[in-house]
Design a protein around this ligand. Structure first.
Ligand code: NDP
Length: 244
């Protein structure tokens, strides 16, 4: 399936590492003009070395005011990928308010904020658009020591649905992808212990974790016109984990 984003302008958050970085590069390869947003400047430098056409924006998305200032001049965006997230492991009885706030500030509040900024422009131009929120299997299934992360991703799935409801009349589609474990920095945080990863993998019918490319391909599909009648869905990219 050939997907072209020639003439489209895309914005990807959390584009410094992992899934976001690969998504930004894939979008650029498909012809989109890509704005990459992340908070570590050295990641943006190396990203630009890989792809000189990418427009870098360095900001901590947990900071509402700084995000407003950093994104006010990005110009029209047709495709938005809300990918940045924070993950932390705490047993439920040990959950602290700072980790709760850090998680919800990035995983939910920043998605709402960036989508508002981009969505207002889409509505004003009347040319529609597509938004993909990067959620997780953790939105649908309880994972030990992931109380706050699970709750934030469940909130993100519902935010996705309400955005689809309210933005649909403006021809803006909103969906999420919900991957299983991917061995990025974040994936290693939760799953590098062989015992934990073995248990998790045994619950995945396809018998493996997802590769970054598996997630990127699903994001590209949902951004593209190949999914033009799909909005408000949470698409598992989990080898069947949620089916069991
Ligand atoms: P990584 O940790 O590899 O990359 C996350 C990126 O987001 C980094 O570039 C990071 O920058 C950036 N980021 C985080 N917080 C902020 C912030 N406050 N402001 C700006 N940028 C920020 O994560 P993954 O690629 O693994 O995860 C990407 C998405 O996929 C997330 O939404 C995650 O929840 C989801 N996901 C991941 C899974 C996995 O197993 N890896 C499984 C299911 C879903 P910096 O490094 O500078 O903090």
């Amino acid at each position: 399936m050939d997907i072209s984003f020639a003439g489209k302008r895309a914005l990807v958050t959390g584009a410094g590492k992992g899934i976001g970085r690969a998504t930004a590069l894939a979008l650029a390869r498909c012809g989109a003009k890509v704005t990459a947003v992340t908070r570590t400047q050295t990641d943006l430098h190396s990203l630009l070395q890989e792809c000189a056409s990418i427009i870098p924006v360095c900001v901590d998305l947990a900071d509402w005011g700084a995000t407003e200032a950093a994104l006010q001049d990005v110009g029209p965006i047709d495709l938005l990928v809300n990918n940045a997230a924070f993950a932390t492991l705490q047993p439920f009885l040990e959950v602290t308010p700072d980790k709760f706030d850090q998680s919800f500030d990035v995983n939910v509040k920043a998605v709402l904020h960036v989508s508002q900024m981009v969505g207002r422009g889409m509505r004003a131009r009347g040319s529609g658009g597509s938004i993909v929120n990067v959620s997780s299997q953790a939105s649908q299934r309880a994972l030990r020591e992931h109380a706050v992360y699970c709750a934030s991703k469940a909130a993100l799935d519902m935010l996705t649905k309400v955005m689809a409801l309210e933005l649909g009349p403006h021809q803006i589609r909103v969906n999420s992808v919900n991957p299983t474990v991917v061995m990025t920095d974040m994936g290693r945080l939760g799953w590098s212990d062989p015992e934990k990863s073995k248990t998790m993998m045994s619950r995945i019918p396809l018998g493996r974790f997802a590769e970054v490319e598996d997630v990127v391909n699903s994001i590209l599909f949902l951004l593209s016109d190949k999914s033009s009648m799909t909005s408000g869905v949470s698409l598992p990219v989990d080898g069947g984990f949620q089916a069991c």
